[in-house]
Structure formats: C-alpha cells, structure tokens
Design a protein. Structure first.
Length: 399
C-alpha cells in the first residue's frame, strides 16, 4: 500500500509541510511493499489546512485503484519539524484510511482490517532528532520505497492469476541512462519485439504495451511504475560502462540479454504464455536483428501476399518495403519493391492489402491523420501491382 500526501494551506498559501513530507516517507517505508487487495493500491491523503467553513471534504477514487480523501487540519506552521504535528498528521491519516474504506466501489477487494492493524502498529517517532534523520535521508528512503512498491506489486501479481486475453501490440524501451546511450540498438529492439509480440500472438492480462525500463541496477530501474492500465513496466539491468566501450556486436548481445531478463520477468509475474515468449527469444537468437520481418499478410484463394521489410538503424532512416507473393498451389514466389519510407509512415500507407484477379492493391488508411501523414511523407494513397509481373522470373530475380 502506497501513501501520497498532498497539502494546501488556505491561510499561508503554502503547498508543503515538512512534517507531512516526512510522514509520507515514513508510512511508505513501512507499508509500501505490502498488498491488501486491488481495490486500492494507493491512498492519497489531501490535507486541507484551515479550510473555508463551506468546504465539503471529499472521498473518491482516482485511476480506478487509488483512494483520494480530503481531511481538514489546523497546522500553525509548515517549516519546522515537530513531533506533535507529525503525530497529528498520523492521526489524520488514520482518519483518512477509515474514510477510504467507506468509498463505494463494485466488487471491493480490499483487506481493510489487515491494513489498518498494520498502520496502528507502526512505531511512531518520539523525538525531533528522529524526524531530522528521516528528513535528511529522504532521497534514499524514497528511492528504496519505490523499488519496494514494485517488488510488492510483482509479488501480488504472481499470486493474482488473471486470463491473458488481450493482444500485446507494442513494446517500448526506456532507460535511466545518458541520452541516446542505447542508440541505435534500443530503437531496433523496440521495433523487433513489437513485431514479434504480434507474430507469436503474445497476450496479456489487460494491457496492450510492455515498457522495458533499463538501468544499471534493478533498484534504479524500479523507479518507474505504470499509472495507467493499458501498459505495464518490466525491469532490466545493464552494465552501461562495459556497454559503452564494447563493439556493436557485443552491444547487441548485451542489450538482448538485458531485455531477455525483463521479458522473462514479466512473463513470470503476469503468467504470460512462456512458450510464446520463448519463441520470440529463440527467433532473435537464431536470426539476429537484421532479419526480414513481415509487416502484414493476407491470403485469398491460392495467393498469399505479404509486406516484408528490415528494421532500419534509426527512426530517421528510410527502409525498403517489399510486396512478396506466393502461389500456394505451385509454391512459386515473387516480390517487388513497394517504396522506401520512414517506419512510422508505414501504418498510414499500408492499411489494407487487396488481392484481386490480376492485381494486388495496397491501400492507405482512410483517416484525416493518415492522409496528412502520407502527404507529408510524399507517398501515394494506393499502390497497385500486376500479379503476373511480380510472379515472372525476371522481376523476381531483378528485385
């Protein structure tokens, strides 16, 4: 359970209070790694200091999994450490927790009794010196608290098995390193893994994107937590000094091993299909990062049409896209170059493949945004190719 404390003093207009800042760190150092259910994973206590008499205090949900509760306080100062004020803040947090339990939600999954008992059992500091030590170590405490929260959630996710019924459609790679430290391989692997999660049908319990957070240590990587349900973080570590001084071939392998660690981690704690995860990892180990990938594929009758490409070495580099046809009756194949473009332009340009009697059409998406993108990139709304010319040996060999 994580605690967040917001503060607004309507008398002095201050928005921070030293004792409440220390209190938030203190509460989290003891409780942030514990899990009491999925209804509330965070209690946001909003202290309203010297509120107007007409102020109506609210208790509601945020982000579907946060409890947000307003409490009235009457602190005379905000810039001095005080055991009395710290204890008063603690009492108001207990009040907020009681109010949070009264928030009406469907299918409540929240062990209020266990959480409240743990809150009551905390050994409250009794001297200003203790508060001073907590304040002086706030940076280290918050860093450790965030990592503990991630570890607590990972433990809870492992116990909370949900059906993996949503297709993962993309991967993003973030790092807490120097700017462009992973360039260009971070980009290449994000594109490659985004393609492979679709290729192998990797699904998740609710989110559509996986975010890899890379740092020199796992504690540093675990400073990021998803605030929305449509994506989820996994965590990796990388020896960045060794990475910087290595050859490109070694860099590729080092980054792959780091990402492999992160992919296996999220597969374990979220119960993803490990066989499909292993298929994606095996594909990379066997084919590397320069393999040809399928962008989209359509079959009609005995004809299969695929758009294939290779990942460029950067998002600012064009890459060539090819149309590959296969006659499933004769196993004859042929291909023709469609165009060269930036990879981010492909979704607007390759909306649908239409196999007709004598031709194959590739039609761009029909939306204002897609039309603007094609206009900016200078690509047509539609590509059309003769099946006979593509399947002829001259064209196939010439491509």
């Amino acid at each position: 359970m994580a605690f967040s404390i917001d503060y607004k003093d309507f008398k002095s207009k201050d928005e921070t209070n030293r004792n409440l800042t220390v209190l938030a760190d203190y509460l989290n150092s003891h409780l942030i790694g514990k899990h009491y259910g999925w209804t509330f994973t965070n209690v946001v206590v909003q202290f309203v200091n010297f509120p107007k008499p007409s102020k109506k205090l609210k208790a509601k949900t945020l982000y579907k999994i946060f409890a947000s509760v307003e409490v009235a306080s009457a602190f005379e100062f905000n810039d001095q450490l005080s055991v009395e004020q710290f204890k008063e803040g603690y009492e108001l947090v207990k009040e907020a927790v009681l109010l949070a339990d009264g928030i009406q939600v469907e299918d409540k999954d929240y062990d209020f009794k266990a959480m409240y008992e743990d809150l009551l059992a905390l050994p409250i500091p009794s001297t200003v010196d203790e508060l001073d030590v907590l304040e002086s170590e706030s940076k280290q405490i918050r860093r450790a608290n965030t990592a503990k929260r991630v570890d607590g959630l990972i433990g809870a996710w492992k116990q909370y098995v949900r059906p993996c019924d949503r297709q993962v459609v993309g991967v993003r790679i973030y790092d807490r390193l120097d700017r462009e430290a992973l360039w260009p391989f971070g980009y290449v692997y994000s594109e490659l893994l985004s393609n492979l999660v679709l290729k192998f049908g990797i699904t998740s319990p609710g989110y559509q994107e996986i975010y890899f957070q890379i740092a020199e240590t796992l504690e540093e990587a675990k400073q990021e937590i998803a605030m929305e349900s449509w994506h989820k973080y996994t965590y990796c570590q990388l020896d960045i000094e060794k990475f910087k001084t290595s050859s490109d071939d070694v860099k590729q392998k080092m980054l792959f091993e780091s990402l492999k660690e992160g992919l296996l981690l999220i597969a374990d704690f979220d119960h993803l299909d490990m066989s499909k995860i292993q298929q994606a990892l095996d594909y990379i180990e066997e084919n590397g990062i320069d393999s040809e990938l399928t962008y989209s594929c359509v079959t009609k009758g005995n004809m299969t049409a695929k758009i294939v490409f290779k990942i460029p070495r950067g998002h600012r580099n064009d890459t060539a896209y090819f149309l590959e046809l296969t006659d499933t009756d004769t196993n004859e194949t042929g291909r023709v170059k469609i165009d060269e473009m930036l990879s981010h332009a492909a979704p607007s340009s390759f909306g649908k493949i239409k196999i007709k009697k004598k031709t194959v059409e590739i039609v761009g998406r029909k939306s204002v945004r897609a039309e603007i993108s094609r206009e900016l990139e200078g690509v047509p709304d539609k590509y059309e190719f003769s099946i006979e010319s593509i399947m002829s040996p001259v064209v196939a060999n010439g491509s």
